[in-house]
Design a protein around this ligand. Structure first.
Ligand code: R5P
Length: 262
């Protein structure tokens, strides 16, 4: 029997399981990265096994690919699948327009490529990540290693010129070394406090030489599924502005997979 989940973890599980309801036989899927996405991969693998669904998947990180393969999912290269039907992924923040900050797990580049190649993106999340305005979560920016400190200085100069509230930029570390992404790049975290114009900031960042991509996802997410550890799930759909809340029951057997290690 699995140990009782914390309310936060139960919320993640609830949102992941609900989002997997959107998966249909024959779909080509994008699999996100992170602790919430890991629950989704487990729930998906269970559905595939129980219902014999024929689906193929493109993963957004090495760790998600490894998890999905270990659970028997058919994982292919994105270029072998072409256009995807649906991507399900986590997020670090989302706002009322379903704009997102992603990249807390350093997978933003593959995540953005995969989500942008999908008919639909569903974000799975918990209530703590809902914000009126993006920016409390540090904005991850993936940069190439060559001249990374020069790129950092260019970003700081741009933030000053844009008069953004916070301007601290830090190099993300993994222990005593700079963290490397799956593409062997670096992550700069922008501690901005509040992002006024996310669209403008995203465009400006991506014009700086050395920046590969930033963690702002604008006009990409279609649906957010918010799992609440108290046993509720809220589904917000940007296409029609609808929002509804469902009561859900969760037993320990429902989440008795091996612990997600992401
Ligand atoms: O790079 C990682 C991703 O953008 C994650 O989806 C995001 O950080 C959310 O992760 P978690 O579900 O672990 O909070």
């Amino acid at each position: 029997m699995s140990a009782e989940l914390s309310p936060a973890e139960k919320g993640k599980f609830i949102s992941a399981r609900r989002a997997v309801d959107y998966v249909q036989d024959g779909m080509k899927l994008g699999l996100g990265t992170g602790s919430t996405a890991a629950w989704m991969v487990k729930c998906l693998a269970r559905r595939v096994q129980q219902e014999g669904l024929q689906i193929s998947c493109a993963a957004t990180s090495t760790r998600t690919a490894e998890l999905a393969k270990s659970l028997g999912l058919d994982v292919r290269a994105l270029d072998d699948l072409g256009w995807l039907d649906l991507t399900i992924d986590g997020a670090d923040e989302f706002d009322p327009e379903l704009s997102l900050i992603k990249g807390g797990g350093a997978a933003l580049l593959q995540e953005k490529i995969v989500a942008s190649a999908s008919d639909q993106m569903i974000v799975i999340t918990d209530p703590a990540k809902e914000v009126a305005s993006l920016g409390a979560f540090p904005l991850p920016v993936e940069v190439i290693p060559f001249g990374a400190m020069t790129t950092k200085a260019l970003i700081e100069q741009m933030l000053t010129e844009m008069d953004v509230a916070g301007r601290e930029v830090t190099l993300r570390m993994a222990g005593d070394k700079a963290l490397r992404t799956d593409e062997n790049n670096l992550i700069l975290d922008l501690h901005l406090q509040k992002i006024g114009n996310a669209r403008e900031l995203s465009l400006m960042l991506n014009q700086i030489p050395g920046v590969v991509e930033n963690g702002l996802f604008i006009d990409i997410c279609d649906i957010v599924v918010i799992g609440d550890g108290a046993g509720k799930v809220t589904v917000k759909d940007i296409s029609d502005g609808s929002s509804h809340t469902e009561a859900v029951t969760v037993t320990a057997a429902d989440y008795s997979f091996a612990d997600p290690k992401q």
